[in-house]
Design a protein around this ligand. Structure first.
Ligand code: GDP
Ligand code: CA
Length: 313
């Protein structure tokens, strides 16, 4: 039996997990998901990364965007626009049910992890999906135009501002959800998914006890680069590397993970960087295709990552 724990943001992580549950029994997989992107929108609690993971694994995701539901409509949002908003956040008609369900049960006093488990169960999922914390944690992005809550920066302002710094509101008091530390300590392998290092992975590692559990776990830790050929597959990861003064490359990412990971999965495009990364960090570099274009590619990346991490050499 191989138990895997995966630190997960949204789209990149969801695609990786979709491959992983096809090469391992899903019940042996724990997804520890970022909640720094969560927000209240029109009174509803929205957890974008949890929903992206859930919709992807349940084969309900919109394949064009990688988030939201397939076959979605926007009648509610259009009517909301006619009323004058708020309409800057895309909430589909079906997606709305998820947010109503979550908000309702949170309002009844249930923790986010319990509501997430219930949603995953209704979706027929066997892997364990959990928010990293049940407590309020909000990523705040400092930019040249001022500080914004994550979704303000990312959706409303289309990630167009230059990022100067990032902080996690609530990080001093946020506690990990009950099963998360054990999942890390008992894992046979820990994977840092190809997610945004600053906006998805750091808010997970920063929760009290998480970084220590990852480092102290007997499991090997493998990180997959979200940067291929100096560019993000999607999203602002490359821009943020640049504006925060890091190398805009997989090497720049590797430096961010050298204290927590021992294996670094590098895209074949970046094979020429392998020697430099191994020389500079203490990580073992493995090179493979990492672009998850279809289900075979997802499975190959999952299998290749497990093999690289579990191999003793
Ligand atoms: P978000 O919440 O959707 O922004 O989710 P993540 O943080 O999980 O994903 C964004 C990161 O995933 C970006 O930096 C992308 O470059 C990376 N990513 C997305 N798809 C892929 C892929 O197929 N391969 C790799 N290597 N990275 C990917
Ligand atoms: Ca996200």
């Amino acid at each position: 039996m191989t138990r895997a724990a995966v630190l997960a943001g949204g789209v990149g992580a969801a695609r990786f997990l979709d491959g992983l549950v096809r090469v391992l029994p899903p019940e042996d997989v724990t997804a520890i998901v970022n909640v720094g992107d969560d927000m209240e929108w029109a009174g509803l609690h929205i957890s974008p990364d949890l929903d992206t993971v859930m919709y992807t694994l349940a084969d309900m995701v919109n394949p064009e965007t990688g988030w939201g539901l397939r076959g979605e409509s926007r009648r509610t949002l259009d009517r909301l626009s006619e009323l004058g908003g708020p309409d800057w956040f895309m909430i589909g008609d079906l997606d709305l049910a998820t947010h109503l369900f979550r908000t309702h049960w949170l309002g009844q006093g249930n923790p986010l992890s319990t509501v997430t488990r219930d949603l995953a169960k209704r979706a027929g999922l066997e892997l364990f999906i959990t928010p990293v914390t049940d407590d309020r944690l909000r990523t705040m992005v400092d930019t040249d135009a001022g500080e914004f809550a994550f979704q303000d920066y990312f959706v409303r302002r289309r990630a167009s501002d230059t990022v100067r710094g990032i902080r996690f509101d609530g990080i001093d008091t946020a506690q990990p959800t009950p099963k998360v530390i054990n999942a890390l300590l008992e894992a046979d392998v820990i994977v840092i998914a190809p997610s945004n290092p600053f906006l998805s992975i750091e808010p997970i590692l920063s929760v009290r006890g998480i970084r220590d559990a990852v480092v102290n776990s007997r499991a090997p830790v493998a990180a997959i680069s979200p940067i291929i050929g100096g560019e993000a597959v999607k999203g602002p990861a490359a821009d943020i590397l640049q504006s925060l003064g890091h190398d805009v490359s997989a090497l720049g990412v590797a430096r961010l993970y050298e204290d927590v990971a021992e294996v670094f999965v590098l895209d074949e495009t970046d094979a020429p960087l392998a020697d430099a990364i191994e020389a500079e960090t203490r990580m073992r570099v493995v090179v493979m295709p990492t672009l998850m274009t279809d289900v075979e590619a997802k499975m190959a990346l999952a299998a290749g990552t497990l093999k690289a991490a579990l191999h003793d050499g």
